[in-house]
Write a new protein. Structure first.
Length: 642
């Protein structure tokens, strides 16, 4: 969702912030803005709409000088998208500027209290209320400190900076303390960056439930919600934990924690390069990431296949064989695309490992009192590792004393750090809002995990080795599917003006039908529904007509004959049919209006293979309709609010 970047150093802040905001566009946003401090005054520029149409022309017409600044891309929560609701927001005095990701749940009560004290608000946002609250505490702290020695917080490593005047140091202490004071009153989630006209070399950042990282440079430092925003400038970062408050200057940074005596600070390295996050020769990031999938599957498998033992191996589960054998039940919690991957995981683990699996929407798991048996393990799936609902589910399981494992893509993400163990996808940065390569990588990892758990139980070595060999063949098979791109494009163009679609599958391909429908909805804005093919006769078939195409996933698996019977029902009602079928299937061409052929594979492998053509199908329809494929309306890449 919303994006944050801050810079303090010797360079001009505006170009760095604007570049960082452009790198955060993929997260989804409706407006953008920045605040820069120069010669003791704050300059704020913000505008509704895309950066290229709004903020960038504004800055070109009225450049802002200064070596300290913060910027923001907003995805609306409180208040409609508008110029007045854009970030940054100022406090009552106009000396403090703030950008904020997240939701302040008790903002209305705080707003009423501040209003009674004479505060006037210019926007409809919860963020402006937080700015006023910080400003109010800032003035109180300055008066309280009386320009005498500022008391040090017992849980802060204090650093007195050379070249900073005593007055500036005291103002800096007051600002950091004011942020801490305000956040102790806040209920909700936040990732914030705060600057003040009294402090020409200081950014204060804080997080709870919304990611925030410090980027470490030489004579300059950064604050960002996403490593993509700063990877061009530094590879060294500190991932802040919940309730951390950071004070950042050009030369140093301090971190304190509102809830503990000490802050856990660890410097990490960003594992991808600026080039990895570039679009390259492709028209869109989504297309680039679809074409990267042979490599991302290789990355997911690399070093994890043990052919001699006919099993998979993982270094990060942090559970020994006895503990893994002791698992009686697995609950998988996820949201969006990851939830569809979880459904495939349910099929895989139950068939190969014979462990009962239940798939939960992460947001439902958190708030209903679902019974969890003693030896139940929670497995969460998240591409970003920051999904708010999924993180809440992980914390709820741990609160109840259960082990929580995770499959994530982003190293150093909150879910990766807070889980008891897990597996990285190693898919690399995914910029397109609609997930593609991360989804396929998740399926590959779940397949390995199912084999790993199955070999500790009753999965025969021969069957396990068949699946592992089939997984090793997937990258080449995906390349073969990508070679059908032109055929897929023609089929997509033929149906690009349809208003409704059905996606149908059975068994292992049922969750992929759901995923195919979601992809089409996300980027083309066409209404699409995914169903089990057998469910159509129980109501939805009433909607079938000549204008409603159906995408049928009908590989030659154990459900083939039954799925073909379901297809016949649609055909009898003159509904157009696009089929995903196995190479060599001579029957399907007689009953489908268009066919996309999948390589022959084992049944558990078909979910991975069937996903790729559905991604291309959705992509080409969206392009034909003139949609913004990489930044679909109303959507965000990483959903960091509940």
């Amino acid at each position: 969702m919303c994006g944050i970047i801050g810079y303090v150093g010797k360079k001009s802040a505006s170009p760095i912030i604007l570049e960082g905001l452009r790198r955060l566009e993929y997260r989804g946003y409706d407006s953008a803005g920045l605040a820069v401090l120069n010669n003791g005054a704050l300059s704020v520029q913000k505008k509704l709409g895309k950066i290229v149409e709004g903020l960038a022309p504004l800055l070109k017409a009225s450049p802002i000088a200064g070596n300290l600044g913060i910027g923001h891309t907003r995805w609306a929560t409180h208040g409609v998208p508008s110029d007045k609701n854009c970030h940054p927001h100022l406090d009552q005095s106009g000396k403090i500027a703030i950008v904020h990701n997240g939701v302040i749940e008790n903002y209305d009560a705080l707003k009423q209290r501040l209003g009674r004290a004479g505060h006037k608000f210019k926007s409809d946002t919860d963020t402006e209320v937080l700015a006023h609250l910080i400003g109010d505490y800032y003035e109180k702290r300055r008066v309280q400190n009386g320009w005498g020695e500022t008391p040090s917080s017992p849980n802060q490593k204090k650093i007195r900076l050379e070249g900073v005047s005593l007055q500036q140091a005291k103002n800096g202490d007051a600002l950091t303390q004011a942020v801490c004071d305000a956040l102790r009153e806040v209920i909700g989630t936040y990732g914030i960056a705060v600057i003040c006209a009294d402090n020409p070399d200081l950014i204060v950042g804080a997080r709870r439930g919304s990611p925030l990282i410090i980027g470490i440079g030489k004579g300059e430092n950064f604050l960002a919600s996403d490593a993509n925003a700063i990877v061009a400038h530094t590879k060294k970062v500190v991932y802040l934990n919940d309730y951390d408050v950071a004070s950042i200057t050009p030369d140093r940074f301090d971190v304190q924690n509102l809830g503990t005596d000490t802050a856990n600070v660890q410097i990490s390295n960003i594992e991808f390069s600026q080039e990895d996050a570039a679009r390259g020769k492709h028209a869109h990031f989504m297309l680039k990431e679809i074409y990267e999938q042979p490599q991302t599957v290789l990355n997911a498998l690399r070093g994890r296949i043990d052919a001699e033992g006919a099993t998979a191996r993982f270094g990060g589960l942090n559970m020994n064989t006895s503990q893994l054998r002791g698992i009686d039940r697995i609950v998988i919690a996820a949201s969006g695309t990851s939830w569809h991957a979880a459904l495939v995981g349910e099929y895989l683990i139950e068939e190969l490992a014979q462990i009962p699996v239940e798939v939960e929407f992460a947001h439902e798991f958190c708030y209903r009192n679902a019974p969890l048996e003693r030896d139940t393990v929670l497995l969460v799936l998240s591409q970003s590792g920051e999904t708010a609902d999924t993180l809440a589910a992980l914390r709820e399981a741990k609160r109840r004393g259960h082990r929580a494992l995770a499959i994530v893509n982003v190293v150093g993400s909150t879910i990766a750090r807070e889980s008891d163990g897990g597996i990285y996808m190693h898919a690399g940065p995914e910029i397109g809002v609609a997930s593609t390569k991360a989804f396929v990588s998740t399926l590959a990892v779940l397949s390995l995990l199912a084999v790993h758990l199955g070999r500790m139980r009753n999965l025969p070595a021969k069957r396990a080795l068949e699946i592992l060999r089939a997984l090793e063949a997937v990258p080449k098979q995906i390349e073969k599917l990508l070679a059908q791109n032109d055929s897929l494009k023609k089929i997509a163009k033929k149906y690009s003006k349809a208003d409704d679609f059905f996606f149908l599958g059975r068994g292992y391909t049922f969750p992929i039908a759901l995923e195919g429908a979601l992809k089409l909805k996300e980027i083309s804005y066409i209404h699409a529904e995914g169903y089990s093919a057998a469910e159509m006769k129980h109501g939805p078939i009433a909607l079938i007509d000549k204008q409603t195409p159906t995408v049928f996933l009908v590989p030659q698996d154990s459900m083939y004959d039954k799925t073909m019977a379901n297809l016949a029902m649609i055909r009898a009602r003159k509904g157009p049919i696009i089929a995903l079928a196995t190479e060599g299937d001579k029957q399907i061409g007689k009953v489908a209006d268009g066919v996309i052929y999948l390589p022959k594979a084992l049944e558990p492998i078909y979910p991975i293979l069937a996903t790729v053509p559905l991604q291309l199908f959705a992509y080409h329809i969206a392009v034909a309709r003139g949609c913004d494929v990489d930044k679909p309306r109303n959507l965000a890449k990483s959903v960091t609010v509940e």
